[in-house]
Ligand binder design. Structure first.
Ligand SMILES: [Zn+2]
Length: 271
């Protein structure tokens, strides 16, 4: 599943290709993906406008033009691939966006949990309005999180994976960040000290940044016409390592199931 680091890498890959360029043609091959694609609005408002920047919020990408932004989410299996023509090369290509004469971005999503939407200039959109700050934004800081988590009885892991509090932290990154910060995933969010919040936020950022750097500056399959897929293998300390020795203390890594999802942690190092 594309996680925040893949989305950030896609953003960086797209910047030199799309910013200051104009979308000259759009083709859609379905009415909807997860939601109905606002085809007429995108043709009327996004096409033939200069893209000023590409922003990321959590796992959403916003391709901004003067009248608003096209919003992308890759869902469970989505990817964007650069091809040499406006003809789809593979099944599950739901839309193609041409920029200038030579750039053709193919939006491919077999499981169709992704979306292509329009956000007006106000920036308001039901999918974005209730979202917390991105982990890299200044709004994600120890003081703000301490206030937000006051008296909160939910486990810290659930708290940091809640997009209304912090946007875009998936299960893998939550487990890895809590391990680095030495925090037990079951600990109540309201019991985390300011100092620990500070450590945790910095561990979240380091974990995500490491993964972005593992991915390099380009998505592996972006320029590959065969579309060989593969999200990158992140160097993991605890996730998927049940029974293996902890890298810090050599105790065995534990796994618990928690709101239907696996949580991996070291009982000795994470208090
Ligand atoms: Zn340990």
């Amino acid at each position: 599943m594309p996680e925040l680091p893949e989305v950030e890498t896609l953003r960086r890959t797209l910047l030199p290709l799309v910013v200051n360029k104009t979308c000259t043609a759009i083709k859609f091959f379905r009415k909807d993906i997860r939601f109905t694609i606002p085809q007429a609005t995108l043709r009327g408002q996004f096409a033939n406008q200069r893209v000023s920047q590409i922003q990321r919020k959590g796992k959403y990408l916003l391709l901004k033009v003067p009248t608003g932004a096209m919003l992308w989410h890759l869902g469970m299996s989505g990817r964007v691939s650069m091809q040499t023509s406006i003809t789809p090369r593979e099944k599950h290509t739901h839309a193609i966006f041409q920029f200038g004469a030579e750039i053709f971005l193919h939006f491919i999503d077999p499981r169709r949990f992704g979306c292509i939407l329009w956000v007006p200039q106000s920036g308001e959109h039901p999918l974005l309005d209730k979202m917390g700050p991105d982990p890299f934004s200044p709004g994600t800081n120890a003081r703000a999180m301490k206030i937000l988590s006051k008296n909160c009885q939910s486990p810290i892991k659930t708290f940091i994976m809640d997009a209304r509090r912090i946007a875009g932290i998936g299960n893998i990154y939550a487990c890895e960040s809590l391990y680095r910060a030495g925090i037990n995933p079951k600990r109540k969010a309201g019991r985390i000290s300011l100092k620990k919040w500070d450590q945790l936020i910095s561990c979240i950022r380091t974990t995500l940044e490491n993964s972005i750097s593992v991915g390099g500056t380009t998505l592996r399959d972006f320029f590959d016409p065969s579309g060989s897929k593969g999200y990158y293998a992140v160097k993991l300390c605890v996730y998927g390592k049940e029974g293996e020795p902890c890298q810090k203390c050599e105790s065995k890594i534990s796994r618990i199931v928690h709101s239907g999802r696996s949580t991996f942690y070291c009982k000795t190092c994470q208090k």
